[in-house]
Design a protein around this ligand. Structure first.
Ligand code: PGA
Length: 257
């Protein structure tokens, strides 16, 4: 099968950062860059409270918006939660699911993550499923086993058609927010493993189309090394995504040569 070209992604997960004014400034800078930049899909994931504003500020641009989390139910008595339809209504195309902070700081389990993935897909939101091992799992040689288990459970019950548009973010837990990024070669090895898994599970077409992005201490200085790797289709940055002076260079360097 001939190789399918995958548009690289530069995604920014703001986490619980930025107030209205600083959010506006960052969005204006990203929007401006987007008019000049071809061949990279830029995604911003602001805190939920800013989503409708970000939707307005970005109007007329191609920058995509992602929710950072969602509940799997459509509506109801779930205080503090946000539904897939609410995210869509606020301009989201994507939603982060199973981010390591959700898994490890808020106790999200595999069953919930699977429910969220299925709910997002059936609501026409594209999940960015985050997977990744902890440091002790890597040291024990279990990184591949852990990631495979996360993939198996997150995508349980989905078929090839539902996988269209799904993005997978490989984010080793020990690399998130620590300044210790994975070696690009090690990340490539895991991305290749994930693509092989997709092929076994859903076939060659899904494996070739699915974008697998790397996250964990991505900066303007290391982005080029990641993006050069064959199976790395972009990045999900956190700390570097909340400042224009670091996020814009990451976006610019995300073009695959
Ligand atoms: P970081 O976060 O870039 O600050 O390491 C990445 C993420 O959590 O998505």
């Amino acid at each position: 099968m001939s190789e399918i070209k995958r548009t690289p992604i530069a995604a920014g997960n703001w986490k619980m950062n930025l107030l209205r004014d600083s959010a506006r400034k960052l969005i204006d800078a990203v929007k401006n860059l987007n008019y000049q930049l071809q061949g990279v899909e830029i995604i911003v994931a602001p805190p939920a409270i800013w989503l409708p504003l970000v939707q307005d500020w970005l109007s007329g641009s191609d920058v995509k918006i992602a929710g950072q989390n969602m509940h799997w139910e459509e509506k109801g008595a779930f205080t503090g939660e946000i539904s897939p339809a609410m995210l869509k209504d606020s301009g989201c195309t994507y939603v982060l699911i199973g981010h390591s902070e959700r898994r490890h700081k808020f106790g999200e389990n595999d069953e919930w993550i699977n429910k969220k993935v299925r709910s997002a897909v059936s609501s026409d939101l594209k999940p960015i499923l985050c997977v990744g091992e902890k440091i002790e799992e890597r040291e024990k040689g279990k990184a591949f086993e852990v990631v495979e288990k996360q993939l198996e459970s997150a995508f349980e019950g989905l078929g090839g058609v539902e996988m269209m548009g799904v993005v997978i973010a490989y984010e080793p837990v020990w690399a998130i927010g620590t300044g210790k990024n994975a070696l690009p070669g090690d990340a490539q090895e895991m991305h290749r493993f994930i693509r092989e898994w997709l092929k076994k599970k859903f076939g060659e077409d899904t494996a070739q189309r699915t974008r697998i992005i790397y996250g964990g201490s991505v900066t303007p200085s290391n982005i080029t090394e990641f993006i050069q790797e064959k199976d790395i289709d972009g990045t999900l940055s956190g700390g570097a995504s909340i400042k224009a002076e670091t996020f814009l260079p990451i976006c610019k360097s995300s073009i695959k040569r």
